[in-house]
Design a protein around this ligand. Sequence first.
Ligand SMILES: [Zn+2]
Length: 379
Amino acid sequence: MFRTAWTIAHLKGVPVRLHVSLLLIAPFVALSIASRDLPVLLHRWGVDPQALHLSPGTFGLLMAAGLFLSVALHEFGHALVALRQGGRVQGITLMILGGVTQIEHEEATPGQELRMAFAGPAVNLMLLSGAWAVARIQGLPLDVYVALQMFGVINLFLAVFNLIPAFPLDGGRMLRGALRYRLSRPQATRLAARVGRFLAIAGGVLGLLHGMPMLSLVALLVFFAAGGEEARVTLGPRLEGLAARQAMVTRLVSVYPGTELAGVARHLLMSGAQAAVVRRPGETLGVLLPEDLRGERPDRAAQDLLVGPPLQVSADADLAEVLAQVRQANQPALVYDESNALVGVVTLDGLRRTAELRRLAEGLQAAADRLHGDRVEPD
Ligand SMILES: [Zn+2]
């Protein structure tokens, strides 16, 4: 598969990845700053463009670098606060219009959630005030003054944009954190996601009316991300109290670690199995799902696709717990019974299906109870 992100550094053990979108968009950002934003801002600050030594293009490049730096520091702010509050940070990805810091902290208090979300924009507000304070110093070279002012503008934009209360933006997370003082986490998420979708629709319409395609595009991304976040948070509570054996697929086929993927696909097809367990005598190494094979080279070995030590759970394990483990390990869970025999595999898709089934079952039961209640009521 085509790689879309590269690990460029580690921050306190957290991999920092650079997404290809940032590399692709950086030249356009530089160009648009140089040709469009710089003249407008210079006019506003009363600076004569002729008095500058650096060319507009150089300013554009400098500011593209400044944007990258600001986005990186913004994400580091999230990560450091999350780590300090006992969260787990899986990775930081720097991409177009900002970054994504994957934080696993399901049991964060509302206050912790507020602080983790605000940490990013707070960094931008600090950079903004720092840059503008230094720019006030008398006798600075004009080019330095303009660069500082522009760096401030970039951070003002990042702070304001991220504080919009729409998932997955920081403002949306802060809104959820605040709502959680009164509501449960799933309820708060649902409400915050609804607000996010409303704002996304408003932004999309505004973008179309005023001929700002970029705004419409961002709004569209926000709209879909809001739904994703809602599904992510509401899944866990719907699985609580159920056991791993209730969500596992049981039709399995065994393959050797060295079996080529073409062979794995054939085994899955011939046996009608839903998952291929990679094992050698006396040792189970992991599991492959049909979708794992998509787009892979046919001559790769089964074991090459495994993403780490196998995840093993007992058949009685609580499904909400299994969900957290499956997400963290980024692979399905192997399910073992009391006699330590492999009896099934729990996949993320299976967990989603089970959560949906439970919602359905409870809804139908409630409706049935109402019907029943109507019937036995004395008239
Ligand atoms: Zn952020």
